[in-house]
Design a protein around this ligand. Sequence first.
Ligand SMILES: C[S@@+](CC[C@H](N)C(=O)[O-])C[C@H]1O[C@@H](n2cnc3c(N)ncnc32)[C@H](O)[C@@H]1O
Length: 314
Amino acid sequence: MTEDETVQDDGATPGRTVHRPVLFQEVLDALSPEAGGIYVDGTLGGGGHSLAIADRVGPKGLVISIDRDAAALDRVEARLAREPSANRGTVRMAQSNYADFPAVLELLGVEKVNGFLLDLGLSSDQLADRTRGFSFNADGDLDLRFDATEGEPAWQLLARLSAEEIADVIFRYGEERFSRRIAREIVRRRGERPIRKASQLAEICRKAIPTPPGRDRQRIDPATRTFQALRIAVNDELGSLERFLRRAPDRLLPGGKIAIISFHSLEDRIVKTAFRDTPGLEVLTRKPIEAGQTEQQENPRARSAKLRVARRIL
Ligand SMILES: C[S@@+](CC[C@H](N)C(=O)[O-])C[C@H]1O[C@@H](n2cnc3c(N)ncnc32)[C@H](O)[C@@H]1O
């Protein structure tokens, strides 16, 4: 399964989020934030989940909110200034990879926490920013990095790799069965003109993937899996998730919980296996929690969301 990226391109207003948190109530029910507790939200995004947790922990509580994307932190800072609340816990924000949360805890002098939340992938704010390559039809550079100061942009990856290596990335991270055709077309086209823009890659994918017989178009945009694959590769998304899952259980207080929302099967498999195989963790969701019909209708992103929760028992 892949992410459904058919989010409307609303055009983000500076300082305002267009991101609607998925499984909002389900996350709060799962974490059941305690008054005075300390929680880490590793994927701040538009701040929807972080602020709701901060409201639950109350003035004596603390939410440590991390995002790799500096624009997300700026947006939520503006939101906190606009929407002050006397009953809200302290929100401390840090620009970091969530996998490196131990360094953030150290800076704040925090040893253990009551809970972790990850809501993986990209936000609607990133999708609405037409300059960063997330939006298929935009003329922005095909960058796809959450933090543009780290690693290499996707256009550079496409210029550097062989056809076989490109096909491997698209197949492994996008589970795209036409990966070889797309890779061949990328290599052919880059020989004519560098592939620098998101719209160029989207057009290549649409040309390379055949329309199924009897349909005049695909169910999802043919570029979806390829963009997902490149984004996962340039951000090392699966590596970050694995690193986080090795580190987080030790930093939980007994009874503390980890809640993770994933959007495609590669992530979900990693979460499911780590929860099951980590000594001292009890899995609270034998089957992942999914969005109800109403939420799925109102928010296309929610259609592929899966929430898994585990609790530290020792
Ligand atoms: C789906 S959004 C989170 C939305 C958020 N829960 C809300 O309610 O608005 C995912 C966010 O995680 C960030 N992100 C993705 N991978 C990350 C990582 N390894 N470390 C830190 N942030 C990451 C993205 O930049 C994006 O802002």
